[in-house]
Design a protein around this ligand. Structure first.
Ligand SMILES: NC(=O)c1ccc[n+]([C@@H]2O[C@H](COP(=O)([O-])OP(=O)(O)OC[C@H]3O[C@@H](n4cnc5c(N)ncnc54)[C@H](OP(=O)(O)O)[C@@H]3O)[C@@H](O)[C@H]2O)c1
Length: 365
């Protein structure tokens, strides 16, 4: 029986519970939110879990919940010395140090939280190295449940004498939705505002529109390569431009960082004309927000930005919120989605929760 400790009980954490509850080899021994955590060495009962889910669905905090025989703690730090499975389904950058200590204490780590992996402190290196060594699962951080980090790790660990790697991808469901809607003749504002209404965007849409979310995913893939090749993360060069580069003043991207979803909906019509001008110069290609990670045998280069993509390119074929990736190691190329009917959903609550569960199952033995 493996103990699972879940930090973060929002959309993803709550969905994850439905998968874990069906597995008799797992018990949920701790849950935590931003205020407190609850600990039960023998595992929570179904009715206790139901109470916790009900409380979190109603936007309550764990510090307000008192269950008989359950310890209330501010932190779960002392639970991880029993090789349990520590899950991070928060969006907090501060989780990095906690995850690194969990790994050092003997726990397995499963995370869909990108921020600790792109931070500058040494915890990022610990978590990424552990992902390469099979003690951490970061499957849900890139491409939801498409298996992108797992596939890259597999290539890095199994291909001998890697002299080059080239990854090209469109890893943002939101930006892919907007680009393909514009390709079908819709206005930018209609497409972007619809992406907000359908819940595709992050709570702060600037995370999507600035390209930061895409950049974070590219950095995670670049760092997997860097850790494998023993290249310092500071040596990874980055060329990043936002989704609005060449469309709106760069000042716009800066000023809109804190805009809410409603603020965004008001300002998007002002970008319809510049986007329409950009689209009129495509000469048969299509517009995509593309990330690439290139290792040439010595250096690693990350590039993100709007590109005119040839209509024969696999990145041109994606539709709606689908994601697409190609990973070329030496001369061997892998494509995602793989073949007809392959999983192309690179975002979503169910997909991300399932990606976490896949990692948990791996460590549950
Ligand atoms: N939603 C998606 O489709 C999707 C897809 C891919 C990846 N992700 C990633 O999955 C993660 C979770 O997303 P979500 O949609 O579930 O977010 P969410 O609904 O906002 O939930 C986040 C949870 O984390 C908790 N939390 C925040 N800071 C914490 C801290 N310092 N310590 C402990 N718990 C903390 C929050 O506590 P409170 O309840 O007290 O606020 C909340 O329970 C994020 O990293 C996100 O980028 C989400």
């Amino acid at each position: 029986m493996k103990r699972v400790y879940i930090y973060g009980f929002g959309n993803i954490g709550r969905e994850l519970i439905t998968y874990i509850s069906g597995n008799k080899n797992l018990v949920i021994s701790a849950v935590g939110d931003s205020k407190a955590s609850l600990y039960s060495p023998s595992g929570f009962s179904i009715s206790e879990i139901d109470k916790i889910i009900g409380l979190k669905k109603g936007k309550g905090s764990l510090d307000g919940l008192h269950l008989d025989g359950i310890t209330q703690n501010e932190a779960m730090h002392h639970y991880w010395s029993d090789s349990g499975i520590f899950v991070d389904s928060t969006g907090a950058s501060s989780m990095g140090a906690i995850l690194a200590r969990a790994i050092e204490g003997g726990a397995y780590v499963v995370t869909c939280n990108k921020l600790p992996l792109v931070s500058d402190d040494k915890s990022a290196r610990t978590i990424i190295s552990s992902a390469l060594d099979g003690r951490a699962s970061i499957r849900g951080t890139v491409g939801a449940d498409m298996g992108i980090p797992d596939a890259l790790i597999h290539e890095l660990n199994s291909v001998h004498d890697i002299s080059s790697i080239e990854i090209r991808c469109c890893p943002s469901g939101t930006l892919n939705y907007v680009c393909t809607a514009m390709q079908e003749g819709r206005k930018f504002s209609e497409a972007f505002n619809e992406a907000i209404d359908f819940g595709y965007t992050e709570p702060r849409p600037s995370m999507d529109a600035s390209g930061s979310d895409v950049l974070n995913k590219a950095i995670i893939m670049a760092r997997l390569v860097a850790s494998h090749k023993k290249i310092d993360y500071s040596q990874i060069s980055v060329r990043h431009t936002t989704f609005f580069h060449g469309i709106a003043d760069e000042r716009f991207a800066k000023e809109s960082i804190e805009y809410s979803r409603d603020d965004y909906k008001k300002i998007t019509p002002s970008l319809d004309a510049p986007f329409s001008k950009r689209l009129s110069n495509l000469n048969g290609s299509v517009l995509r927000y593309v990330a690439s990670v290139v290792y040439d045998g010595r250096n690693i280069q990350v590039t993100t930005g709007l590109e005119n993509v040839n209509s024969e390119d696999m990145l041109a074929r994606l539709r709606g919120t689908e994601n697409a990736f190609s990973i070329m190691v030496n001369d061997n190329a892998l494509f995602f989605p793989a073949g007809k009917g392959g999983n192309s959903k690179g975002a979503g609550i169910g997909e991300t929760a399932h990606a976490l569960y896949t990692g948990i199952e791996r460590f549950a033995g």
